[in-house]
Design a protein. Structure first.
Length: 552
C-alpha cells in the first residue's frame, strides 16, 4: 500500500493522545511490532482490542482488497477504531499498517476500566468515535443497499440502517446505470431486489431487518436465560432512561425495541431545547450516547425485537417477541411510544411508502434533494423537519391547520422558521388530496377560512400530525383509554369497584398500569406530556417505583 500523508484532525475525530494518557493506557495493554500489510482489524469481524499507534502509520480502508479506498491515515499518538468498539457491532472498515512501527493493544474490557478512572480520556474517545461514525455514514462506507427508490423494502432497509446509525451506501437502480449490470453479473433479477452487499462477498436478497442486524452484530445473540429483574419495552428517550437507571442501580435489565434506539427523538436533526445542550444535539447522537451509557452499566439491548404479547405467569411477567422468544421478569416498563397518524386523503394509498415520509433524517433528505417538499404539522417535530429540509430541498412549504405558527410550537423554533427564506408557512390550511402518477407531483391544500383550494408543487410529503400509541399488543391485557394509551395510577385502577386484575393490597403507583409491577412511561402513557425531557424523567422515575414494587 502506498504510504500517504497523515490525515489532519477533523472536528475532533482524530485527536492525538498525550504522553501521560499513553503511559496510563500502557499499563493495561501490550506493545506489538507491526509490519507493512498487517491487518489490525477487518471489516465484518468483531473488534475486541483498542489500538494506539506508538510509531509508524496505519491506514483505515473501506473495501480492503477489492475496490478499496483509503479513508484516513494515522501516525504516532493517535488511536484507532470507531463506535462499534463500544457498542459490540462488527467493524465497518479495515485498519492496515502502511509504515512499520509499533502499536499498543488494549483489550476492550480493560479499556472500560481505564476510562472509568479517567473521565477526560473517556470523553475524548467517545467524542472521537461519535464523530467518526458520523463521517462514515456521510461518505457511504460499510455495506451497500441496491434497490429502487420506489420499492417499500428498499425504503425499509434504508430506514432501518439510518435509524440505527449503520454506515452504508445506497445505490439507486433508477439512477445508477451500472447497478443493473452489476446485479446481472451476480445473477440477481430485479424482482429479487433490494439486496445488501456485505464485505463485497456476502449477498443478502431482500433480507429482513433482523437478518441485517445479525450480520453487523447489532442484535444480541440471545436473550438471557431465566429471569431478569426488569424488562423495558421500547428504546425511545423514556425507555433508554429506564434502562440506564435500572442497570446503574443494580437491576439486571433487558431493553427491547422493534426498530432502533431513540424513538421519534432519533429522527430529529437538531434538538435545541434539551437541558445541557445549549448548542443543540441531534436525536440520533443523543440516542447513541444513551445506548453506550446503558451498556456501560450492563443493560442488554436487543434490536430489532418487537414485543407481541404480555402475560402473567407464575408470579412473573412474560414478554413474547415476534420471533417466538420470551423474556421474563417481575417488573416491566412499557415505553413503546407513539407513531404519527396517517393522512386520510385521496391519493394517500398510492404514495405512502414511496413519496410520503414520517421522519426527516438525512436518508429522506437525500431522496428529495433539490426537490420541492411539503411538511404537514404544527408541532416541534414538524418545525424541526422544515428547518432541516430547507437545507436540502428546493423549497419547503409548512402546512398547519392552526392559525398561528406558535400555537403548538416552541417559540425559538417558530422564530427560526419565520426568518428562513426557504420556508413558506401556510397557517389555517389542510391537505385535501395527493396527485401524481408513479411519484407525488402535487399536494392540494385548502384554506380553512375561505375554502379555497391551492395546488402545491411537491415531490415528497412529510407528515407530523397527531399521534397513535404503539399499544395495540396490550389491548385486553392492560387498561387503555379511549384513544388506546395506557392508563396509569388512579386512572388505571379506580378506588371504587372490584379492581379487575389488581391483586395486591395497595393502590397503584403513579406510573403503574392496571397490573402491579407493569409501568408505562413516555408517549404511550395516557396523560403524558409529549416532550422528550418529561419522557426521560418518567423513565428514571419508573425505576424508583420498580424498586418499591420489588421490595414489597
Amino acid at each position: 500500500m502506498t504510504v500517504l500523508a497523515e490525515t489532519p484532525d477533523q472536528q475532533g475525530a482524530y485527536p492525538r493522545l498525550s504522553p501521560e494518557q499513553i503511559a496510563l493506557l500502557a499499563g493495561y495493554g501490550e506493545q506489538r511490532p507491526v509490519a507493512v500489510g498487517d491487518v489490525l482489524f477487518r471489516a465484518g469481524d468483531p473488534c475486541d482490542e483498542f489500538f494506539v499507534i506508538v510509531s509508524g502509520k496505519v491506514a483505515v480502508v473501506d473495501g480492503y482488497g477489492r475496490a478499496e479506498r483509503v479513508l484516513s491515515v494515522h501516525g504516532p499518538g493517535r488511536f484507532l477504531g470507531e463506535l462499534n468498539l463500544l457498542t459490540g457491532q462488527t467493524g465497518f472498515v479495515t485498519a492496515v499498517v502502511c509504515e512499520p512501527g509499533e502499536v499498543l493493544a488494549i483489550p476492550v474490557e480493560r479499556l472500560r476500566a481505564v476510562v472509568a478512572q479517567d473521565c477526560d480520556l473517556g470523553d475524548l474517545i467517545l467524542r472521537a468515535y461519535l464523530s467518526r461514525r458520523t463521517m462514515l455514514i456521510g461518505i457511504g462506507a460499510g455495506f451497500r443497499i441496491i434497490g429502487s427508490r420506489f420499492s417499500p423494502d428498499t425504503r425499509r432497509l434504508r430506514e432501518f440502517a439510518a435509524r440505527n446509525r449503520l454506515p452504508h451506501r445506497w445505490i439507486d437502480l433508477e439512477k445508477d446505470s451500472e447497478a443493473e449490470t452489476f446485479l446481472r453479473e451476480l445473477g440477481i433479477p430485479p424482482e429479487e431486489t433490494p439486496v445488501v452487499i456485505w464485505r463485497d462477498e456476502q449477498v443478502l436478497r431482500n433480507p429482513s431487518n433482523a437478518e441485517l442486524a445479525r450480520i453487523v452484530g447489532l442484535r444480541a445473540p440471545a436473550l438471557p436465560a431465566g429471569l431478569c429483574d426488569l424488562v423495558v419495552v421500547g428504546a425511545g428517550p423514556a425507555g433508554l432512561a429506564a434502562a440506564v437507571y435500572g442497570a446503574s442501580e443494580g437491576l439486571s435489565t433487558v431493553l427491547l425495541d422493534a426498530v432502533a434506539a431513540g424513538g421519534q427523538a432519533a429522527t430529529s436533526s437538531r434538538i435545541e431545547n434539551y437541558l445541557g445542550f445549549p448548542s443543540g444535539i441531534s436525536g440520533a447522537e443523543l440516542a447513541e450516547r444513551a445506548v453506550i451509557q446503558a451498556e456501560k452499566f450492563g443493560a442488554q439491548i436487543t434490536v430489532p425485537a418487537e414485543a407481541t404479547a404480555l402475560e402473567a405467569r407464575d408470579g412473573y411477567y412474560v414478554i413474547t417477541l415476534d420471533d417466538g422468544t420470551e423474556s421474563c421478569a417481575p417488573a416491566v416498563v412499557i415505553a413503546t411510544g407513539a407513531r404519527y397518524r396517517r393522512l386520510d386523503v385521496p391519493g394517500m394509498d398510492r404514495f405512502d411508502g414511496v413519496s410520503v415520509y414520517y421522519a426527516a433524517t438525512l436518508t429522506e433528505a437525500q431522496l428529495c434533494y433539490r426537490d420541492p417538499v411539503v411538511v404537514v404539522g404544527g408541532g416541534n417535530s414538524a418545525g424541526q423537519a422544515a428547518v432541516f429540509l430547507a437545507g436540502h430541498a428546493a423549497a419547503v412549504r409548512l402546512v398547519l391547520r392552526e392559525p398561528d405558527l406558535g400555537a403548538n410550537m416552541s417559540r425559538y423554533l417558530a422564530d427560526q422558521i419565520e426568518r428562513n427564506p426557504g420556508i413558506e408557512v401556510l397557517p389555517g390550511h389542510e391537505v385535501r388530496e395527493l396527485v401524481g402518477d408513479t411519484v407525488l407531483e402535487t399536494v392540494v391544500v385548502e384554506d380553512n377560512t375561505t375554502d379555497e383550494r391551492r395546488p402545491l408543487d411537491a415531490r415528497a410529503l412529510f407528515v407530523f400530525i397527531g399521534a397513535q400509541p404503539r399499544a395495540n399488543w396490550l389491548a385486553g391485557r392492560l387498561a387503555l383509554d379511549d384513544s388506546g394509551y395506557v392508563l396509569t395510577g388512579p386512572d388505571a385502577v379506580p378506588v371504587t369497584g372490584d379492581r379487575p386484575g389488581w391483586d395486591v393490597n395497595r393502590p397503584p403507583f403513579l406510573l403503574e398500569s392496571s397490573r402491579p409491577g407493569v409501568f408505562a412511561v413516555g408517549d404511550v402513557r395516557s396523560g403524558s406530556i409529549k416532550r422528550m425531557a418529561s419522557a426521560v424523567g418518567e423513565g428514571s422515575m419508573a425505576v424508583r417505583l420498580v424498586h418499591e414494587h420489588l421490595a414489597r
